[in-house]
Design a protein around this ligand. Structure first.
Ligand code: BGC
Length: 738
């Protein structure tokens, strides 16, 4: 042990503890040098180390992996774990104790400027992938930090906006990924978001930081603020925010003064300080392997798994030494990461112009200006370059200026000058392969028919272009799958009418119907569905069997979903077997189906394998607002398996029988709700009989008229058998007692 936590707490002055919970400079904790507590170094970020002296200065060189949009598309937790391990090695080499990532906010709208830093529109994927990355980091003695907790789904007004979200939506969608990663990987840190959640800044939100995170999920690590997220440091401490970053003028002094003045109890300060001391101790006594910068090959492998092949009429893979017209400025100036706090300074950077030229006979033309300005001469030059080619590879996407941390897009189209280029190239009479480099989804529906192949490469990191050349030429398989729905148009997204809100508020009115949950409920056609992605081989799904053990009542239900999968093509390849639960009719409005399990498998040509995906009780549950917990209702649930959310060839039924939940009666419960709770109703009747000699009764016709009225108000009508006192007395015993 590096130092004794209890001893430090006993010996430290209030000023020292106050300084400890307020950062030092941009990237360090303060420590208590006098008592042997060293400072910790924190650094961004999720897809590569950004170690800088000042907040915004250029970082020292480090490996740049694909951003989360790409890493997520791998649907491969084992890969995320390896990336986490590599990040740990680089962190160790750079003296970093905690890496500020991963970011796992839900992609509510394709417009969010930071979607490139987030994994998915689905919390199961976000949570499992984040947990794997954190596990990779922490098993090497470097901390992970989940961010941004919570409901940071837009950049517009991000430091003030109030996200107004129903609790069920929070629990099932926006908090669910955090819950999974917190409970599975015990991250050393969780970073609160900038925004408000239901009226209170996340940094000062005790419901979020204490009741949910620590109370419900048992989290014992440190909550750090996003950089500059704290408005009132005292309120933040009381709410459960342990560490404020970066150092803010006068803060430590203000905290110490508040303790002196009796406005903040020393115990509250000590609780936060103790968590920081425990973290510092963990970091100081961690057994760490030797540090090393430079993981280009892993970055390449990660990029391979990040790419999603959306369309292919057979033009890919390219023939060996094919004559290729390589068009598009991104081939020479790669767009491989996003801008903002996650920006890595890579040690090496591949360009498709070089990597493809090493494999094919390439003629290059830029085709468009990165500024977005239309330049007909560049289009003509591209057409000229295509004249002798067998195939055109067009590198399109979003230039840096179109998406970044700090702002949201206002539309989801590719720039007009690129759109014009595709139209012209498609008339050249050659197959056109479009490669997209972008962090957030773009509309493809109005031009995809002009292409022979479409490969979504996301922001592939420093080795993305090498991976691209390998995929284009068939040296490697594209094995990514969409982690977000590609809608036909922005207007089709469930959040479209409410994003990004107005007058400081954003309403999450679509509720749990985010992404495919909404597209499916509304039966909307999409360009490419959630989970979709092609490879160079094909798979057949046979025979789904379900084996269940345990029960909902004892909360140990386990369902093994087993599927037989065969590679029916001529090449080895990967398939992501996806398992969705089609919800039984419920007392609340539920999505048609939800992703509840997945696994990625590699099969040789002709190989058949039995793939097993395990489900727990949470695969059937929803958040019951009156019961304030996840519940499962009786019914027949269809368990569906297949290659993506809209192609689920296998299905099996599982009947769950669960005793009806007692209702959560309260003073606005309706007559119908009271009647449904036989015990409470009998208690009420007993009181009525004791007082008047009569039971409370309603004719069938009267019941249909008044069933929806709160009983307590009904009881107040003159001449009735019940009184408000009767209702109150029974509520005192049975109310909200579930
Ligand atoms: C970002 C965080 C980042 C922090 C430190 C903030 O602006 O929201 O994601 O970790 O800066 O750079």
């Amino acid at each position: 042990m590096a130092f004794d936590v209890d001893h430090v707490l006993a010996e430290a002055t209030t000023e020292e503890l106050a300084a400890l919970v307020c950062g030092s400079g941009s990237w360090h904790t303060t420590g208590i040098p006098r008592l042997g507590v060293p400072p910790l170094r924190l650094a961004d970020g999720p897809h590569g180390l950004r170690v800088t002296e000042q907040l915004l200065t250029q970082a020292v060189p480090a490996t740049c992996f694909p951003t989360a949009a790409g890493l997520g598309s791998s649907w491969n937790p084992a890969l995320l774990k390896r990336v986490g391990e590599a990040l740990a090695h680089e962190a160790i080499a750079l003296g970093v104790d905690v890496v500020l990532g991963p970011g796992l906010n839900i992609k509510r709208s394709p417009l969010c400027g930071r979607n490139f830093e987030y994994f998915s529109e689905d919390p199961l994927l976000s949570g499992t992938l984040s947990a794997a990355l954190v596990y990779g980091l922490q098993s090497n003695g470097v901390g992970g930090c989940l961010k941004h907790f919570a409901v940071n789904n837009q950049e517009t007004d991000r430091m003030r906006v109030d996200a107004v979200v129903a609790e069920r939506t929070l629990r099932e969608i926006y908090l669910a990924g955090f819950q999974r990663a917190v409970t599975a990987a015990a991250p050393w840190m969780v970073m609160c978001s900038y925004n408000r959640v239901n009226g209170t800044l996340a940094s000062q939100n005790s419901w979020l930081l204490t009741d949910v995170l620590r109370g419900d999920w048992d989290y014992s690590g440190v909550v750090v603020s996003d950089w500059g997220a704290v408005y009132d440091r005292i309120a933040a401490l009381i709410a459960g925010l342990d560490l404020e970053m970066p150092q803010a003028q006068g803060r430590a002094e203000a905290v110490a003064a508040a303790v002196e003045a009796g406005e903040l109890s020393r115990e509250v300060l000590e609780v936060a300080a103790e968590r920081l001391l425990a973290l510092t101790d963990k970091a100081a006594s961690a057994v760490r392997p030797a540090g090393r910068i430079g993981h280009h090959d892993l970055a390449r492998q990660a990029a391979l798994e990040s790419m999603v092949l959306l369309r292919n009429d057979g033009v890919l893979p390219l023939a060996p030494q094919a004559k290729v017209a390589l068009i598009g400025a991104f081939a020479a100036t790669p767009r491989y990461q996003g801008s903002g706090s996650s920006k890595v300074n890579p040690r090496e950077l591949d360009r498709l112009l070089d990597t493809l030229s090493a494999r094919c006979d390439v003629t290059y033309a830029p085709g468009f200006r990165l500024s977005g300005e239309l330049d007909d001469d560049l289009i003509d030059e591209a057409l000229l370059a295509a004249e002798d080619a067998e195939v055109i590879v067009a590198c399109l996407g979003l230039p840096d200026a179109e998406e970044a941390e700090g702002f949201d897009r206002t539309h989801m189209r590719i720039p007009e000058n690129q759109r014009a280029l595709v139209a012209s190239l498609s008339e050249a009479g050659k197959p056109v392969v479009v490669v997209l480099s972008n962090g957030a989804a773009v509309e493809v529906a109005d031009w995809v028919e002009e292409t022979s192949a479409l490969l979504e490469a996301w922001l592939g990191g420093e080795a993305g272009a090498l991976a691209l050349a390998q995929v284009l030429t068939g040296e490697a398989e594209p094995s990514g799958r969409l982690t977000e729905t590609l809608g036909l148009r922005l207007e089709d997204y469930p959040s479209a009418l409410m994003f990004p809100g107005e007058s400081g508020q954003v309403m999450y009115g679509e509720g749990v119907f985010v992404g495919y949950r909404g597209f499916d409920a509304l039966e909307r056609e999409v360009a490419f569905p959630f989970g979709f992605g092609l490879g160079y081989t094909t798979f057949r799904y046979d025979s789904l069997t379900l084996t269940d053990t345990g029960s909902v009542v004892t909360r140990d239900l386990r369902v093994a979903v087993s599927v037989t999968l065969t590679n029916t093509g001529e090449r080895a390849g990967a398939e992501v077997v996806q398992v969705y639960v089609r919800n039984a009719p419920a007392s609340v409005s539920r999505p048609v189906r939800e992703l509840r399990g997945y696994t990625k498998v590699w099969l040789e040509p002709g190989e058949t394998r039995t793939v097993i995906v395990g489900l727990g009780i949470d695969a059937f549950a929803f958040w019951s607002t009156p019961h304030e917990r996840f519940v499962v209702e009786s019914g027949v649930y269809a368990i569906e398996a297949g290659p993506h959310s809209r192609d689920l060839p296998l299905s099996g039924g599982l009947r769950l029988d669960v005793p009806r939940l007692p209702s959560a009666l309260h003073d606005e419960s309706t007559i119908a709700e009271w009647f449904a709770d036989t015990e409470a109703m009998e208690a009420l009747q007993a009181r009525a009989v004791a007082r008047t000699g009569e039971r409370f009764a309603l004719s069938e016709q009267m019941y249909t008229v008044v069933a929806g009225q709160p009983l307590r108000r009904f009881a107040m009508f003159p001449g009735g058998v019940l009184t408000a006192e009767d209702v109150d007395a029974v509520l005192a015993e049975y109310g909200r007692s579930v």
